[in-house]
Ligand binder design. Structure first.
Ligand code: HEC
Length: 109
């Protein structure tokens, strides 16, 4: 095997490792990544300035149940019934866990 090939091989092994690490990190932050889409209305980390329900620090099961109720039309909503339909049950769990772990009344953690 010539030098260039060896380097190429080493580089692709490194790249493969890097993407594995990136993937593992992605899983850890999956809830936060999903929750970014909620921030525009519910505020960063689930604490918002005006009017809308705070999500930060609410029990995970409560959040998951509300999302299911919105999706199934059991809880009347202006917008959340549409938003809830865009996520799977697994993603509800990730979202609920993320917001439950945030501190109410604080904008960053
Ligand atoms: C376009 C603005 C908007 C976005 C984006 C949004 N929400 Fe909401 N959310 C609302 C409004 C408004 C309500 C009050 C119910 C209604 O009228 O739909 C609400 C209510 C809720 C409630 C009930 C809170 C309580 O105290 O009972 C939960 C849970 C919730 N949203 C979760 C989410 C999650 C999770 C996301 C992101 C996937 C999200 N929302 C994105 C506007 C939004």
């Amino acid at each position: 095997m010539n030098k260039g090939r060896t380097l190429g091989l080493a580089a692709s092994v490194l790249l493969a490792c890097a993407s594995l690490v990136a993937h593992a990190q992605g899983n850890d932050t999956a809830g936060r990544d999903l929750a970014a889409a909620c921030a525009i209305c519910h505020g960063t980390n689930g604490v918002n300035a005006g009017g809308l329900p705070h999500l930060a620090g609410q029990p995970k099961d409560y959040i998951v149940q509300q999302l299911k109720d919105f999706r199934d039309g059991k809880r009347p909503a202006t917008i959340m019934h549409q938003i809830a339909k865009g996520y799977s049950d697994e993603q509800y769990e990730l979202l609920g866990a993320y917001f439950a772990s945030q501190t109410p009344g604080r904008r960053t953690k």
